[in-house]
Design a binder for this molecule. Structure first.
Ligand SMILES: Cc1ncc(COP(=O)(O)O)c(C=O)c1O
Length: 462
């Protein structure tokens, strides 16, 4: 049996890699029994919107490497910046020390985000960015002599990550229900379910959602520390959208009842909806803003939680006062990741200013609509920015597919044969390409997704 050393790993056959993976890996959000029965795919390299597996097959990355990739894989400018930094230093702690890239990124983010958010706490993933926002809010109210403000309000189907605080603030029973006994108490208000494709909004239940929130705040506002939600698009819930104007109302209610507003822009931030931040579009000024995923364009793990000078000031005092914020991670503010973030933001600003992103989104929306509007097996479709979802169904008058039929998963596995990488959410297909996807690649995406869908529907109807 070959040894898994980095020098020889590329020379090993696919069969050996399959064996190592089957025997020693435990993939996240994956039923490993199902995985073991599927053909394995080892992504070896990438270029632009494409990745190649160990056998030389090419795939369009329509999952943007789990919603992170902005400028394509193997981007020459980001690579060059990274190479310069790696020759200086790969890591140096941010606990009580600084480095030039961390300082520069803090400044860049403060300039980039809305309103009074001038302080950044770095971490290394979206869940941690959320944990930090929650803990800052809890501690802030203690420091301001309002320790009764402890509750968190989240929105229906909210997802903020898999750590305990993020699970408690979220509403992803399907993922996290097992851990309920260990989660702190929280409240949930209904989401203003809204459909949109190609800039056109359909049905939304804004009034119900806002009146539920208002009642919650009227009855328990004095005990509520923070409200957290994913603005504009709830990606992990299957690209659930909010109607325009909704966020502004939520912001006003938070202000009225003295409740912190935490915006989780882990998914929508950094260009996904067409602007740098989703809160920009509606001029919202949150108390805390969480960024991760696209912040480093799919290169390295980095997250940031932004807050205001006035929150920051509340934490100042002598060491003995215990007002300091005791939360940090070993790789907090890693210099390589900070360097990538700076370069990526610079590129993103160019992409947005050039209007190319806007044009790409318009084309993506048109082609998405053409591909699936009226399809007998598409129950609902949603799209905003470069994020879209179709909910599959057996067709009118037909009984729903049994869960274990795994139709969404079958479509994604079939799509690989057409050179397309996608990830399902039950029987929904989520489509999240890199921000630099071209028109030809968008055509390729929808044509091949349709082909894969037809093949699976044919197979399961036999
Ligand atoms: C909106 C949102 N918040 C938080 C997270 C958690 O981020 P991470 O997986 O980096 O912990 C995710 C991940 O998908 C997300 O989409």
């Amino acid at each position: 049996m070959a040894i898994a050393s980095i020098d020889i790993v590329c020379e090993n056959s696919k069969t050996t890699l399959d064996q190592w993976d089957r025997k020693h890996s435990w993939h996240p959000f994956t039923q490993m029994k199902e995985y073991a029965a599927l053909p394995q795919l080892h992504v070896e390299r990438g270029e632009g919107c494409w990745v190649w597996d160990t056998e030389g097959n090419r795939y369009l990355d329509a999952n943007a490497s789990i919603w992170t990739n902005a400028h394509g894989h193997n981007d020459p400018e980001i690579n060059a910046a990274l190479k310069v930094q790696i020759d200086k230093i790969a890591h140096s702690t941010y606990l009580g020390l600084s480095h030039p890239l961390g300082a520069a990124l803090g400044k860049k983010l403060a300039d980039m985000v809305p309103g009074v958010l001038s302080r950044a706490i770095f971490s290394d993933n979206g869940s941690n960015a959320v944990e930090i926002a929650l803990k800052l809010s809890f501690q802030y109210w203690q420091l301001r002599e309002k320790p009764e403000k402890r509750l968190v309000v989240g929105m229906q189907d909210g997802y903020h990550g898999d750590t305990f605080g993020a699970m408690a603030a979220g509403d992803s029973g399907g993922f996290h229900g097992r851990f309920d006994p260990w989660l702190f108490e929280s409240r949930v208000f209904s989401s203003p379910a809204c459909d949109e494709v190609n800039g056109q909004e359909f049905s939304a239940d804004t009034e119900k959602s806002l009146s539920e929130l208002k009642i919650l705040l009227e009855t328990e506002g004095t005990c509520i520390a923070a409200l957290i939600l994913e603005p504009s698009i709830q990606g992990p819930a299957g690209m659930r959208l909010q109607p325009k104007g909704f966020l502004k109302e939520v912001e006003a209610l938070c202000r009225r009842f003295e409740v912190h507003l935490i915006l989780d822009e882990v998914f929508v931030g950094c260009g996904r909806t067409g602007s740098m931040l989703a809160c920009d579009t509606e001029s919202i000024e949150p108390d805390f803003l969480c960024l991760a995923k696209g912040l480093t364009a799919g290169y390295l793990p980095l997250a940031a939680t932004l807050t205001s000078e006035s929150v920051y000031q509340a934490f100042l005092g002598s060491f003995e006062s215990g007002r300091g914020f005791f939360h940090g991670h070993t790789f907090t503010g890693n210099p390589l990741a900070a360097c990538v973030a700076l370069k990526s933001i610079e590129k993103l600003e160019r992409l947005i200013d050039s209007k190319r992103l806007k044009e790409t989104i318009a084309y993506f929306g048109e082609r998405f609509e053409e591909a699936f509007r009226g399809h007998p097996n598409v129950d609902e479709m949603r799209q905003r920015g470069l994020a879209a979802a179709i909910d599959l169904c057996p067709g009118e008058g037909r009984e729903a597919w049994p869960i274990d039929e795994r139709v969404g998963m079958q479509v994604c596995v079939e799509a690989r044969k057409q050179g397309l990488l996608l990830r399902p959410l039950m029987d929904s297909i989520l489509i999240v390409p890199p921000l630099v996807i071209s028109s030809e690649e968008i055509d390729f995406l929808f044509e091949n997704l349709k082909t894969a869908l037809s093949a699976v529907l044919k197979k399961i109807s036999n």
